[in-house]
Design a protein around this ligand. Structure first.
Ligand SMILES: [Zn+2]
Length: 144
C-alpha cells in the first residue's frame, strides 16, 4: 500500500528492499490463495520499512487486499477500475470492532518514535535481564 505523500520513486525504493532480500514475489506462493504470487504487498498496519512487512500475493488477491495496488503500479484508476474495485469489495464487511482496532493502532503509530531516553532504558533493561539470567550478583538495578 502506498503511504500518504509517497512518490513513485519512494514506493519503488521501498519495495526494492524486499525484492533484494527475498527475491521476486513470483518465486513464492500467494499468501492468500496459494497460487503464483506476483506482487510484494505491504502488510496493513506495518510501516513497510522491514522485509517482514511484506507478503507475496497474486494480482487478484493483491487487488482485493489493497485496492491501491493498481495505482502503485503507476496507472491511475479509471472509472472502470473503480467500479471493479467497488464490486470486488461488495460483501466484504469489516466488523466495527476491527475498524476501531485498526484506527486506534494507526493513531498510536502515527509519528511515534522512541525517544533516545526510552531506547537507553530498553537497552539497560535488556542488559540487566541478561545479567540476571547469568546469575551475576553484582548487578545494580537501573533507575526507572
Ligand atoms: Zn492469491
Amino acid at each position: 500500500m502506498r503511504k500518504n505523500g509517497e512518490t513513485d520513486a519512494d514506493y519503488v525504493r521501498r519495495h526494492n528492499i524486499v525484492k533484494r532480500a527475498k527475491g521476486r514475489a513470483a518465486d513464492y506462493p500467494c499468501e492468500h490463495c496459494g497460487g503464483t504470487a506476483l506482487d510484494w504487498a505491504t502488510i496493513h498496519g506495518t510501516d513497510g520499512l522491514a522485509v517482514d512487512d511484506y507478503m507475496p500475493l497474486c494480482r487478484p488477491c493483491h487487488r482485493q487486499y489493497d485496492p491501491v495496488g493498481d495505482r502503485a503500479l503507476g496507472r491511475p484508476h479509471t472509472e472502470e477500475s473503480k467500479r471493479k474495485i467497488g464490486q470486488a469489495n461488495l460483501g466484504h464487511n469489516v466488523p466495527q470492532s476491527t475498524r476501531d482496532a485498526v484506527a486506534a493502532s494507526n493513531q498510536r503509530r502515527a509519528g511515534f518514535r522512541h525517544t533516545p531516553e526510552a531506547k537507553a532504558r530498553m537497552r539497560a533493561g535488556a542488559l540487566l535481564r541478561e545479567a540476571r539470567k547469568r546469575g551475576d550478583a553484582n548487578v545494580v538495578d537501573v533507575p526507572r
